[in-house]
Design a binder for this molecule. Structure first.
Ligand code: XMP
Length: 515
């Protein structure tokens, strides 16, 4: 295992992912983790992340100085390197010229950390401070035009530092450097593989659950589906999958999902039809947050009633992922004060988010995984690509894609329009070009003409976006003929719609969803 001490860098998670890509397990920990705690975790190596602070700032976050004596190899990245230098007797100062973006790395010592990294490789820099004096025992491994100490080492204690960010994709040879650190310097074995994870997770679930019953709320997304497969493999019929249909799913989705699980995967799904209940709760409600709140509350009510009816259950399975675990950890640092800032609040809680006081113990076998790792686990368990690579779909579903009040009639209109969008996107072979592709129904009407008749009907908005993680997004430059086809079909086939518009707003300033 490689431990990453997080000093508030936006890249800490990325470092962990890069290391895992080399089949070595890694975890992101708070920079406050003590040397004694680290010793207990027994990592093969430690990485100190970058961070927004300056090491000489008054409240700069620092690590336990005992870690230098642990005898474990350490790699400091950017702020992490500067901290290493400062704590071990060197000097860090504000540079006259900062270095942001690409820089060519001139290698002075092509061994160890820089084996197989080509001279003049382009590395990604982002720093205003620089090392101006090395601590005793350190030497320079590489420099750039503006940075004399771009990579440094103290070989005896196996302490290394790089001023650049090897974890970002723009850094050529970054992965080679990470591999050198992980395999040659820390001597890790490549044993973090999907198969090893699945075996271990199954063993753990069996040991934890014993012969007790587990309940899982299935949504049809990749996380809950992977969870269902994993648990079914681990405990068979002790698992009950429940699917609550709140009536806001896409056309044919609930039926398809239940059928797929039953017939192809041989996993029984308890289908709960709660459509009318949810619709009733949304009567007259137009405020987006109020909609989410009511859907969330109703979900919990239905969940409680149905779990009592089907139960009793000892365990509830949840698809918590590693980023959720990191987000709730004590790792965020205020760049100005160095103090921990309030843990990031996830902007969206799934409708499946349940209150803590429910009488279940939790099973969360995916809590160590990043999303791309969940996909690999799903695949290895036989989950079809259709689910593994499915676009994200919000918990409150179509209810937040109907602006204003949700009614049966509007649901029908949007469902039909959305169905056409999906059909055409699938047929175009471009499904994976988009992060999400969907329709939104607006509660206004505009004039149109069809045949000799004047129409006065709703417009539908097409929202096609590209994104890496949903945090930022760009509107997709979709081919005109695809847009034309979708528009024609919607206006011709969906009663109640006479106009289609295309949303060309990125996020920020827009959001992906309209509510
Ligand atoms: P926004 O609209 O904030 O969405 O740009 C970012 C991503 O989150 C999804 N989303 C939700 N997911 N419950 C969810 O489970 C919600 O209430 C919710 N609202 C937005 C959205 O589809 C996009 O992928």
């Amino acid at each position: 295992m490689i431990a990453i001490l997080d000093f508030g860098s936006q890249y800490s998670e990325l470092i962990a992912r890069r290391i895992r890509e080399t089949s070595v397990y890694s975890e992101v920990l708070s920079y406050r983790t003590s040397a004694a705690q680290l010793q207990q975790l027994n990592p093969k190596g430690i990485i100190l992340s970058g961070g927004p602070s300056s090491v000489y700032a008054e409240h700069a976050p620092v690590c336990d100085p005992e870690i230098w004596q642990l005898g474990i190899p350490i790699l400091g990245v950017c702020y992490g390197m500067q901290l290493m230098v400062q704590q071990l007797g060197g000097r860090v100062e504000q540079s006259e010229r900062g270095e942001y973006g690409k820089a060519a790395l001139h290698i002075d010592d092509p061994t160890d950390l820089l084996t197989n990294v080509e001279n003049e490789s382009i590395m990604w820099m982002s720093h205003g401070d620089s090392v101006t004096q090395l601590p005793p025992g350190f030497q320079v491994l590489a420099h750039t035009h503006n940075t004399p100490s771009a990579a440094i080492a103290e070989h005896e204690r196996r302490l290394f530092g790089v001023q650049f960010h090897p974890e970002v994709v723009h850094s050529q040879g970054g992965l080679a450097l990470i591999r050198n650190f992980v395999y040659h310097i820390c001597e890790c074995e490549p044993n973090w593989t999907t198969e090893a994870f699945v075996d271990e997770a199954i063993r753990e679930v069996r040991a934890r659950v014993g012969d007790k019953r587990v309940l899982l709320a299935l949504s049809g997304g990749v996380d809950s589906s992977t969870l269902a497969f994993l648990l079914h493999r681990a405990i068979g019929d002790q698992l009950t999958c429940m699917f609550i249909d709140q009536g806001f799913m896409r056309k044919n989705e609930p039926e398809r999902l239940v059928k797929l699980f039953k017939e192809q995967f041989h996993i029984e799904v308890e289908y709960v039809n709660a459509r009318d209940r949810f619709l009733e709760k949304l009567q007259g409600v137009t405020d987006p947050e109020e909609k989410r709140k009511r859907i969330g509350h109703e979900f919990i009510r239905v969940f409680e009633a149905e779990s009592t009816r089907l139960g009793p259950f000892d365990y509830l399975a949840q698809g918590t992922l590693y980023p959720d675990v990191i987000e709730s950890a004590d790792t965020n640092v205020d760049p100005k004060t160095g103090e921990r800032v309030a843990v990031k609040i996830k902007s969206h809680h799934n409708v499946g988010g349940l209150p803590k006081n429910l009488q279940f113990k939790l099973v969360e076998p995916l809590r160590k995984l990043f999303k791309d790792e969940v996909r690999n686990v799903g695949r290895s368990l036989g989950l079809p690509e259709e689910i593994v690579r499915r676009h994200p779909f919000p918990g409150p579903g179509l209810a937040i894609r109907i602006i204003g009040e949700v009614t049966k009639e509007r649901l029908k209109i949007l469902r039909n329009a959305d169905y056409i969008v999906r059909q055409e996107i699938n047929q175009s072979g471009k499904y994976h070009d988009f992060w999400q592709a969907f329709a939104v129904l607006l509660p206004v009407r505009s004039v149109g003409v069809m045949g000799d008749q004047r129409t006065y009907a709703f417009p539908v908005v097409l929202r096609l976006v590209s994104s890496e993680d949903g945090m930022t997004a760009d509107w997709s430059r979709a081919p005109y003929d695809l847009l034309e086809k979708i528009s024609n079909r919607i206006v011709n086939e969906v009663k109640g719609v006479n106009r289609v518009v295309y949303d060309i707003t990125s996020k920020p300033p827009g959001t992906i969803e309209w509510e």
